[in-house]
Design a protein around this ligand. Structure first.
Ligand code: CMP
Length: 135
């Protein structure tokens, strides 16, 4: 079933010059880029996106990180796109993520883990409305 999912290429991806590398993995898999935007977000946008995490211990540094520089927001579409993107991204902690995944190949951090992908159809719908309301 074709699905849409929200992906963020976080500020570490932009700072490290890995936007092309990461994007090419999604494109090579066959996912379609429906919309893409390079932007700097403020803390309230971060709170809206990470509403499930705002009370967690790890949130303040995560908030500082995701607002530390521009990121790239993507709306991707394809068959089973939510699960497919999560598999391509790999486990949250880059130190534990499997080789072959974006995080497993390119990240050595639990926080600066390069990418975000919606974790369910419900979160995809909520996150797409936040980032790409016109879609
Ligand atoms: P993401 O998939 O965007 O979802 C929540 C983010 O919080 C996660 O990627 C990481 O960037 C960050 N995160 C999750 N758990 C931790 C943790 N234990 N310590 C630091 N950052 C975390």
């Amino acid at each position: 079933m074709s699905q849409r999912t929200l992906v963020l290429l976080k500020p570490d991806t932009v700072k490290r010059g890995l936007v092309g590398e990461v994007l090419s993995r999604f494109e090579a898999k066959g996912l379609t880029i429906v919309a893409m935007e390079h932007r700097l977000i403020d803390g309230s946008k971060a709170d809206e996106h990470y509403v499930e995490h705002v009370e967690r211990d790890f949130y303040p540094p995560l908030r500082a990180f995701v607002t530390s520089g521009p990121l790239v927001a993507l709306l991707l579409e394809g068959d089973e796109a939510i699960e497919v993107v999560r598999a391509i991204n790999g486990a949250t902690d880059g130190r534990k993520a499997a080789p072959g995944t974006i995080r497993g190949d390119l990240s050595l951090s639990n926080r600066e883990n390069l990418v975000h992908g919606s974790d369910s159809p419900e979160s995809a719908e909520r996150e797409i409305a936040i980032w790409f309301p016109q879609h």
